[in-house]
Design a protein. Structure first.
Length: 67
């Protein structure tokens, strides 16, 4: 079952979101990624949340001049 579950996640997006959160040292986003999203049961919703957070993180990184 875990193999099927893991195949549904977009791990590239998740990894990139986590990396950018780490780079900008933003504990709020790190908390969102680890706690809020982890509590959701719907895989599609989780992927959508990760994608949305990734967009915000990329914008934040650009605004802060960390590109």
């Amino acid at each position: 079952m875990s193999e099927t579950l893991s195949e549904k996640y977009d791990w590239k997006i998740i990894a990139e979101a986590k990396q950018i959160a780490k780079e900008i040292n933003n504990e709020s986003f790190q908390g969102l990624l680890e706690n809020f999203i982890a509590e959701k049961d719907d895989i599609e919703l989780k992927n959508t949340l990760y994608e949305a957070i990734l967009i915000v993180l990329k914008d934040t990184k650009e605004i802060w001049g960390l590109n």
